[in-house]
Design a protein. Structure first.
Ligand SMILES: Cc1cc2nc3c(=O)[nH]c(=O)nc-3n(C[C@H](O)[C@H](O)[C@H](O)COP(=O)(O)OP(=O)(O)OC[C@H]3O[C@@H](n4cnc5c(N)ncnc54)[C@H](O)[C@@H]3O)c2cc1C
Length: 408
């Protein structure tokens, strides 16, 4: 076997690029393989929110804003806060470390409320977040007049987290991928991991590679460790390694407007409606917040992640309505494009991060806001690859927690 690596990273989204970069910087021989192109999937399709306030939860496969899902759901979600705080600090220095713009602006995030129930939820939420170390304060209407005059008069209060903001999903992963290559990692697009066999010292992984002319060849490389950074493909990839990694796929709607003079400096989310919006550095406004799209499935209902998923007009309209309700000036701004992105959450909504118990030498991270959390996931994984003990307690995120007989 001619090719040997310390780490094969599977997936060229933000997480895979960050992990390859950090591991290569640590001196590891790294191969990153993506079955398509770097940043072609969730990492390049998402809203680019860097959000650290607790947001929505999913109950029986339906997403609810936390105000609907209840306080217990919020308490469980809050267990991801150590990762969020770590990620907030990492985003603040990431552009300097990578040496390129990633479109990062941490100019604050507002979660808005329009009625007394939602205000009550914000107060509960702020207290919970503060107990985990996130600095959040509730602004009343008069403070909002000064801080965020663009918000609707129907907004009566908002929680402000100064750490929140945005990064540009179109440029972040490719920039980090270039940094990985500069640090010595090999990055292969159109290279799909299709098989894996254990060896005494790690894994032989088989890659099916398609060149630009469409010719396909298969090669096997030897590696000490494997990182699964495969987003919505995590569950199917886990099976290649004999591991059960349950995840729940979601297809979500995004819309972008035409350019408009800058007037929204914050990330805006809603306590009781599916809404996230922000104005990008190119002056377009990105509107999302969890509105469903149609995930393509086969006749047996099995999701087909490599197919093109479909927009649902009702979601586009509902999302636009929520945006205009919160920021009335958007009524006059043309929407220019909507699209579908796919992502994944774990059944209990906390991320999966750590060693894969049934597959020694294999590590995984996925689930939830993995764009926001990407730097933290990658830092933790790189530490594990180097044989260190993580400085964040990973017990709540143990990938084996859904396996029968597993003890936390
Ligand atoms: C519409 C939408 C909006 C979102 N908004 C936000 C947001 O504002 N903030 C936030 O924090 N999160 C957001 N998310 C979630 C976020 O985008 C994802 O959690 C994150 O991008 C996942 O990154 P990743 O690198 O783990 O996976 P991905 O970016 O999906 O990359 C996985 C890669 O693995 C590759 N792959 C899979 N299988 C194989 C294989 N067998 N061999 C080789 N390669 C393989 C795929 O081709 C893919 O490129 C949003 C998601 C969507 C869909």
């Amino acid at each position: 076997m001619s090719e040997r690596y310390d780490v094969v990273v599977v997936g060229g989204g933000l997480l895979g690029c960050l992990t390859a970069w950090m591991a290569a910087r640590d001196g590891a021989r790294v191969l990153l393989a993506d079955k398509d192109q770097v940043n072609q999937h969730a990492s390049g399709q998402n809203a680019g929110s860097l959000h650290f306030q607790l947001e929505y939860r999913m109950v029986e496969a339906v997403e609810y804003r936390m105000v609907e899902a209840g306080e217990e759901a919020a308490r469980v979600a809050a267990e991801a806060m150590p990762l969020h705080l770590d990620a907030a600090a990492m985003w603040a220095r990431l552009e300097d470390e990578v040496g390129e713009s990633l479109g990062v602006r941490q100019t604050g995030g507002l979660m808005v409320a329009e009625n007394a129930d939602q205000v009550g939820m914000l107060e509960f939420k702020a207290e919970l977040e503060r107990s985990w170390g996130l600095d959040v304060r509730t602004l009343d209407r008069s403070e909002l007049d000064t801080v965020a005059p663009y918000l609707s008069r129907d907004v009566v209060a908002a929680n402000l987290s100064a750490l929140e903001g945005k990064a540009d999903a179109r440029i972040a992963a490719p920039a980090v991928g270039r940094a990985a290559v500069a640090a010595g990692a090999r990055v292969c697009a159109r290279s799909r991991l299709v098989g894996a066999h254990r060896t005494p010292a790690g894994w032989d992984v088989t890659l099916r590679e398609t060149d630009r002319t469409g010719e396909v060849r298969t090669r096997t490389v030897r590696t000490a460790a494997v990182v699964l950074a495969a987003g919505v493909w995590t569950t199917e990839l886990g099976r290649v390694f004999g591991a059960e990694l349950p995840t729940v796929p979601l297809a979500l709607t995004m819309t972008v407007t035409s350019k408009v003079p800058s007037f929204i400096p914050h990330l805006v989310q809603h306590a009781g409606a599916r809404l996230s919006l922000k104005q990008s550095l190119d002056k377009t406004v990105l509107i999302g917040g969890g509105w469903p799209a149609r995930l393509m499935r086969d006749a047996d209902g099995v999701p087909q992640f490599d197919r093109k998923h479909q927009l649902i007009p009702r979601s586009i309209a509902g999302n636009a309505r929520a945006a205009v309700n919160a920021v009335p000036a958007l009524e006059r701004v043309p929407a220019v494009r909507s699209w579908v992105g796919t992502t994944t959450v774990a059944p209990d909504q906390l991320p999966l991060v750590g060693a894969v118990r049934d597959a020694p030498g294999v590590f995984v991270a996925t689930g939830g806001s993995a764009f926001t959390l990407g730097p933290s996931f990658a830092r933790v994984l790189t530490g594990l690859l180097a044989g260190g003990s993580p400085d964040i307690d990973l017990t709540p995120y143990d990938p084996a927690r859904f396996t029968e007989g597993s003890t936390p």
